[in-house]
Design a protein. Sequence first.
Length: 145
Amino acid sequence: MKKLLTVLLLGAIAAPLALADTPAETRTKSFKKVLLAFEPMGTVVRGRDPYQKDAFIRQADALSLIAAEPFNHFPANSISGKSRAKPEIWSQPAKFQADKDAFLKAVADLRQAARGGDLAAIKKNYGAVAQSCKSCHDAFRGPEK
Ligand code: ASC
């Protein structure tokens, strides 16, 4: 009986741990949310969806609300499983921080541009966000596993 209780107790403790995401998984999910928020503006900028000022403002706001979130999930050397994070994230922290800041600045600029309602300016700012994604990926994201 005592043994059974011990087994049940250990199971109750271990199960949530086994189900919990690793930091790398949490980070990947968080970046996917950022991408999902970014994409609807991409279809407008590429002319596939009509430009509607109010809707675009809401999309830009949604992106700025979550843009910083993935950066809370880079604990030291948290490379595991399918994570494409490169060790340079932790060996070049100043550059990583600068790339993060550039991304967040571009997202804030896009939010401002959305309020201006000038589609040409919006396109430029959208491109700047995409470029900031790319330059950080070039430096800090490895090949797909
Ligand atoms: C995206 C996306 C990126 C950037 C980059 C821009 O939509 O997923 O990583 O833009 O591809 O060149």
